[in-house]
Design a protein around this ligand. Sequence first.
Ligand SMILES: Cc1ncc(COP(=O)(O)O)c(C=O)c1O
Length: 473
Amino acid sequence: MLEVRSHGISKNRAEFGPHNLIAYNRGRSDLSTRSPKDIYSMQRRRFIKSVALGVYSGSVINSNQDSSPTEILEIRTRLSNLRPDPESFWRFVQEQFPDQHNVLHLNCGSIGISPNLAIDAHKKLIQEIESNPYRQLFGGGIGSKLDDVRQLAAKFLHATRDEISITTNTTNGMNLVARGLRLNPGDEVLTTNHEHAGGLACWEYLAQRTGIKVICLKMPLSNPDEIVDAIARQISPRTRVLSFCHVDTITGDVLPVEAIAKLARNSNAFFLCDGAQAAGMMNVDVKKLGVDAYVTSGHKWMMGPKGTGLLYLNSDSREAVDALELSAGMNVYTAASGVQNVAAISALGPTIEFLECIGMENIESRVRHLNGRLTNQLKASPKLKRLTDVENIHSPGIATYALNNAPGTSHRIAEQLASEFGIYVKATQSTFGSVASRKTAREDYNALRFSTHIFNSTAQIDSAVERLTQLLS
Ligand SMILES: Cc1ncc(COP(=O)(O)O)c(C=O)c1O
């Protein structure tokens, strides 16, 4: 984990990775003399031109760093030049996103905002496809390069291309793995009451249809060791699956995934990790985590096109997951998959390249800095209490606060923040799963969840705190 600095960006050159230095040498020297706005307009013009020439649709999906699209190289160069000045660096990053007018988006945990270059690529790809769909999909056009996006995604998750499948979202990945595991009546799945509905529906379905047993651990627990102990205590000879999120969707806490993976290995259980709230917020290395399967959404913290997702399965887990959808291979288009959303999947490519050229360590550090600024200010509020109080478990980008008012207040406050000030946060009303039996009442936290991402500014954070304080007073 990176050291957090007050300006939210480390000065360590190595963090930017060797490819950035290569890009710097190759970059255009005139960039440094222009303002970020000039650079941005110039990039947009060049970008649109390159797309119009059909360059982008090819290079988007080219895994080779040296042949990244021109605008990615330019953004990378510009970021290298701005590195000594964090304020300008992050302002430039914010300028890569659409003008949010009077909207202050602090709910990336639900849905992200795409960078302009991904939006432009997506639009252009749709146009190109529609101008000649058969050629673009089946005649050696855009469709023939789709699997190169898997290469970019693989690098992003520290896996190999063969281990990555493109899905439509996290829920889709969860469903695919859950059904593919071919569980039998009485098999046990260990999970928590804090998993998102999209991480639980598959198990509830199998409980009803197949008779598997779903055991939900009650969260939150007060430290990572307690979580590991609670899981270890519940593992039985019938345990076939451990299904846990990487980052808790309610509290934003990071689960001890590596330790859980060890438990899974030792007990011969399959570990499916739901990374919806992690990929794009923090550096995710699936190999280091040691999971059997990892699923995430492209449209949340990764800020890609809506309706995209990633599934990681290593060669062993591929054997364990007998999914019809993957029976003809992991490629984007197979006999078992049929035609996919080619434009959205292709546009996920430049989104990942964008994240990479900023650097996931830098992103994580910035996200943490913004979240720290928010939490430092909210600490003083007598009406708010952080849902969990364990420092070493908090994720970089999510902080959730319970309101000490009547149940349901969080929804009213979230609505007021949106309607009066254009500030979007998530009202977290209750747990998704139930403990012990499906009849157990769900817990109502009456809380607000704040997600901070790189398209947010420090001024936005301060403004959100001010408005919230105003509403609560
Ligand atoms: C942990 C977790 N899993 C799954 C989902 C569902 O994501 P999607 O709708 O992209 O499938 C969410 C959504 O917020 C989530 O937080």
